[in-house]
Design a protein around this ligand. Structure first.
Ligand code: GLY
Length: 368
């Protein structure tokens, strides 16, 4: 399918703006890996809650290399990948997929070198160590009894490591996390639970909870975006139709509950939310929906997901979101939120929002 010219032009503008912003960032603050802006600036001493965003800058640098073929971006992408390699052994985080999939795995896809593959496999193995046998889930960084929907974005790296090494036990851990998440972290209406709390003695599910949504029983938008994208990825590795069904169910919830412009709030069920938009969740959805469209067999459904992704990108390309005319604003995508409840990076740019915005543009331009 050819790319519609007006949306292709908008995606080109996203790349042009990203190149401008990131050239300045790597020159002004070499080797710095930011998480979110404060008043539009990356470098600050604000708290980070958890250190999970370091893969998104090298990820953007790789996408700029793919777009432009300019060796400047390749050199920077390799350099920023090297900066995070040691985290492949980090047992304090559940975010090793976020750290290594868009950075080292992209590098491996381009080069095919065994070293990069080995780094990704090691990260996948470290991630697999978080498995809680009794509840059948990968524990979040918060506590052994806690499972996050976000972890669905980090199981792909475990499936990959298992496939590359033929490790059936590792594969089973990833699979069981997906089944548990599907059972307890996705509701009957297709909305997502941020955190599930389990009984460590029996493995029984105890209750819904959240750190970033309005309440434990409401509908945190970024969690749903991770679910759409993550279950589509799980299906791509397993071909288990339950995961495709869940990804579609979550996608349909997003579409049904969001105004026609396609940009969600931080939590759909928060009454009178203080801000109307959480743009990073929309960008993640625009990227995840394109993967999902390529996986669903039904051409009508595939088309509706592609069109919705394009609609989100149209909206995000407006100056209210794309910071292309605002040279003092150092991020790419405005009106995102890093952690609304803690008041960190709210109505700001985030490294993950910028990454998935660029990734969605790259998919629309058929670069990846
Ligand atoms: N830690 C993942 C998120 O904030 O969405």
């Amino acid at each position: 399918m050819s790319v519609d010219q007006p949306i292709a032009d908008k995606c080109e503008r996203v790349f042009t703006a990203a190149a401008d912003k990131l050239r300045r960032l790597v020159a002004a603050h070499p080797d710095y890996l930011p998480q979110y802006t404060r008043a539009g600036k990356w470098k600050h001493d604000g708290a980070s809650w958890t250190n999970w965003c370091q893969g998104f800058l090298p990820g953007q640098l790789w996408l700029l290399y793919l777009y432009s073929g300019d060796e400047f971006w390749r050199g920077k992408a390799e350099r920023y990948c090297e900066l995070i390699e040691e985290r492949k052994d980090d047992r304090e985080t559940h975010d090793l997929g976020f750290l290594f999939w868009h950075s080292w795995k992209r590098w491996h896809d381009l080069d095919g070198a065994p070293r990069q593959r080995d780094v990704v496999i090691k990260a996948g193995r470290t991630m697999g160590e978080r498995f809680q046998e009794k509840g059948g889930y990968l524990a979040s960084f918060v506590a052994p009894e806690s499972a996050f929907i976000d972890i669905m974005m980090n199981v792909g790296i475990i499936f990959y490591a298992a496939r590359e090494t033929g490790d059936a036990d590792l594969y089973d851990r990833a699979l069981r996390n997906c089944l548990t998440s599907r059972r307890y972290l996705v509701r009957g209406d297709g909305s997502a639970v941020h955190e599930g709390i389990f009984d460590l003695e029996t493995g029984a599910f105890l209750r819904e909870s959240t750190h970033q949504g309005w309440r434990g029983d409401t509908s945190w938008a970024r969690g749903l975006s991770w679910a759409i994208y993550g279950f589509a990825t799980a299906y791509s590795f397993t071909r288990d139709p339950r995961f495709l069904q869940t990804a579609c169910h979550c996608a349909d919830y997003y579409i049904l509950n969001t105004p026609a412009h396609g940009i969600c709030p931080n939590d759909w069920l928060e009454p009178n939310p203080p801000r109307p938009f959480e743009a990073s969740a929309a960008a993640i959805t625009a990227s995840g929906l394109q993967d999902l469209a390529a996986l669903v067999g039904d051409p009508l459904r595939a088309r509706s997901y592609r069109e919705y992704a394009a609609r989100i990108m149209e909206s995000l390309s407006e100056p209210a979101f794309l910071a292309c005319d605002d040279i003092d604003w150092e991020g790419l995508l405005k009106q995102a939120a890093y952690h609304e409840r803690l008041g960190l990076g709210v109505d700001e740019s985030t490294m993950f929002g910028d990454y998935f915005f660029l990734e969605a543009a790259a998919k629309l331009l058929k670069l990846i």
